[in-house]
Design a binder for this molecule. Structure first.
Ligand SMILES: Cc1cc2nc3c(=O)[nH]c(=O)nc-3n(C[C@H](O)[C@H](O)[C@H](O)COP(=O)(O)OP(=O)(O)OC[C@H]3O[C@@H](n4cnc5c(N)ncnc54)[C@H](O)[C@@H]3O)c2cc1C
Length: 404
C-alpha cells in the first residue's frame, strides 16, 4: 500500500472557522496589514443566524440569512476549504479532514458550537415529524413558520436546555413571535403555550427579567421554571421533562400539538478531545479578559467555542474581535497583551411582531446600555427596526469587514 504523503502548509496566522468570529478577526487583521493569514472553513455558505428567529416567525425568508462564503472572505486571505480535526499546540500543527497538516505561528480558534440534538431521547426522530421544529438549524427554521402559521390551537411547547446555548434568548423570542401572531389572528385563547426553562428566572439580569414577566403574562404563557425536557415520544406526541424545583427531580409528562425544540449544546467533539479544552462542555480554555489561551500564549479563542462565562452571541463577538486582534498584534511584537474584554453581550429580545427589548449586559450581569439617549430597558418599536434592518446591515457591511 502506498503511503499518502500529508500535504504541508505553513501560515503565520491560522484561523479555524470562517463564521462570525473568524471573518471579523480576519478582516481586522488584513486592515492591520497582516499578509499571511489562512482561514480553515469547510462551508460554501456564510449565515446570519440571528435572522433564523425571524425566519421561524415568518418575518423574513431564509435566503436573507445566507451569503456565499467567498463573498465574505476578506481579500488576501488564504481560504483552506477543509475542516480542522486535530490541533497539536506543542508542535503548532493543525491536521484537517483531508489529511493536510498546517503549521502556524499564531492560532485563533473559532469553529462555533456543536448542536447536540441526540442528547434528548427521541428529539432527532421528533424533528422529522410535522409537529416539531427548531430555529437552530437553517434547514428547519422555515418549518417553524409553517407550524406557527397553520396551527389553530392546542398545546404549543417551547423548550430550552440546561447547557449554555448560543443566543440564550432565541428560544423565548420565537415563543413571543408565535404568540403574538396567534393573538393578532384572534386565536391565542385556543392555545396552551408552555415554555420549559432550566432557570428559576426568565433572564439572568433582573431588570430584563421583569420586562419579560409582563410579556409572559400578556400571552398567558405557562412557564415551567427549573424544568428540562429529557425525552420526546413523537409517535404519541408526548414529552417527558425533569422537575428540578426540588431534590426529587420527578419526571413530568406533557402532551404536545406543536413544539419548538432547542438542542443542548457544547464545544465540537474534536475540540473536546484536544488539549486546548476545559470544563464540562469542553470549550477552549482562555483567559476571560485577554481571550488568550491559558496554556499556549500563541493561541486565542473567541465566539461560541470560547470558555468565557458570558452569553454566546454575535454581539459579544463584535466586542471580542478587536480585543483578540489587538492582543495578538501585541504578542507578535513581543509586548504584553493589554486589551481586556468586559464580557459584553447583548440579546435583541423580540417580544412581539413589532417590538424588541435590547438586553445588553457584561460579566457582572448588570445592564450595559450602549445606545445613548433612549431607554432600551423596555420594549420598543425603534429597537424592532434595529433588529429587522439595522443589525443585519451592520453584520454584513461593517462587522464582517472589520469596521464595527
Ligand atoms: C436561532 C439563533 C438566533 C440567534 N440570535 C442572535 C441574536 O439575535 N444576536 C446575536 O448577537 N447572536 C445571535 N445568535 C448567535 C450568533 O449567531 C452566534 O453566537 C455566532 O454566529 C457565533 O459565531 P462563531 O464564529 O463563534 O460561530 P459560527 O458563526 O457558527 O461560525 C463557526 C464557523 O466554523 C466553521 N467550522 C465548524 N467546524 C469547523 C472545523 N472543524 N474546522 C474549520 N471550520 C469549522 C463553521 O462552518 C462555521 O462557518 C443566534 C443564533 C441562533 C442559532
Amino acid at each position: 500500500m502506498t503511503e499518502i504523503k500529508k500535504a504541508q502548509l505553513h501560515h503565520k496566522i491560522v484561523i479555524i472557522g470562517g463564521g462570525t468570529a473568524g471573518i471579523s478577526v480576519a478582516a481586522r487583521l488584513r486592515k492591520a496589514k497582516e499578509k499571511d493569514i489562512a482561514v480553515i472553513e469547510p462551508s460554501e455558505f456564510a449565515y446570519y443566524q440571528p435572522f433564523w428567529t425571524l425566519v421561524g416567525g415568518g418575518i423574513v425568508g431564509v435566503d436573507k440569512s445566507i451569503r456565499k462564503e467567498s463573498d465574505v472572505m476578506p481579500q488576501g486571505v488564504h481560504w483552506i476549504k477543509d475542516s480542522a480535526t486535530i490541533i497539536d499546540p506543542d508542535n503548532q500543527i493543525i491536521t484537517t479532514s483531508n489529511e493536510i497538516s498546517i503549521r502556524y505561528d499564531f492560532l485563533i480558534v473559532c469553529p462555533g458550537i456543536q448542536l447536540d440534538w441526540g442528547q434528548v431521547v427521541g428529539a432527532e426522530q421528533a424533528l422529522k415529524t410535522t409537529e416539531v421544529s427548531s430555529n437552530y438549524s437553517v434547514e428547519l427554521a422555515p418549518k417553524t413558520w409553517d407550524l406557527v402559521k397553520t396551527a389553530k390551537g392546542g398545546t404549543a411547547v417551547f423548550t430550552i436546555p440546561s447547557t449554555p446555548i448560543k443566543c440564550a434568548g432565541a428560544p423565548q423570542k420565537i415563543a413571543y413571535l408565535a404568540a403574538d401572531y396567534w393573538r393578532k389572528r384572534g386565536i391565542l385563547d385556543n392555545f396552551h403555550i408552555v415554555m420549559v426553562l432550566p432557570s428559576p428566572k426568565l433572564f439572568g439580569v433582573p431588570e430584563f427579567s421583569k420586562v419579560l414577566e409582563q410579556v409572559v403574562d400578556r400571552y398567558n404563557i405557562d412557564v415551567r421554571f427549573q424544568h428540562e425536557v429529557v425525552e420526546i415520544d413523537s409517535a404519541s406526541k408526548k414529552l417527558v421533562m425533569v422537575d428540578n424545583t426540588n431534590q426529587d427531580h420527578n419526571k413530568v409528562s406533557l402532551d404536545y400539538d406543536l413544539m419548538h425544540f432547542t438542542p443542548p449544546q457544547s464545544a465540537p467533539d474534536w475540540i473536546k478531545k484536544s488539549p486546548l479544552s476545559t470544563g464540562p462542555f469542553g470549550y477552549v480554555d482562555v483567559d476571560k479578559y485577554s481571550l488568550q489561551h491559558n496554556k499556549w500564549p500563541n493561541i486565542f479563542a473567541l465566539g461560541d467555542v470560547g470558555s468565557m462565562p458570558t452569553s454566546k452571541t454575535g454581539a459579544a463577538i463584535r466586542k471580542q474581535a478587536p480585543i483578540v486582534v489587538s492582543n495578538l498584534l501585541s504578542i507578535m511584537s513581543n509586548k504584553t497583551p493589554s486589551k481586556q474584554y468586559n464580557g459584553y453581550s447583548s440579546c435583541p429580545l423580540t417580544t412581539a411582531r413589532n417590538k424588541m427589548l435590547l438586553a445588553e449586559f457584561d460579566y457582572d450581569m448588570k445592564p450595559y446600555p450602549t445606545i445613548p439617549v433612549i431607554n432600551t430597558q423596555k420594549e420598543r418599536y425603534d429597537m424592532w427596526l434595529l433588529k429587522r434592518y439595522g443589525l443585519p446591515f451592520m453584520y454584513w457591511h461593517l462587522m464582517l469587514k472589520g469596521l464595527a
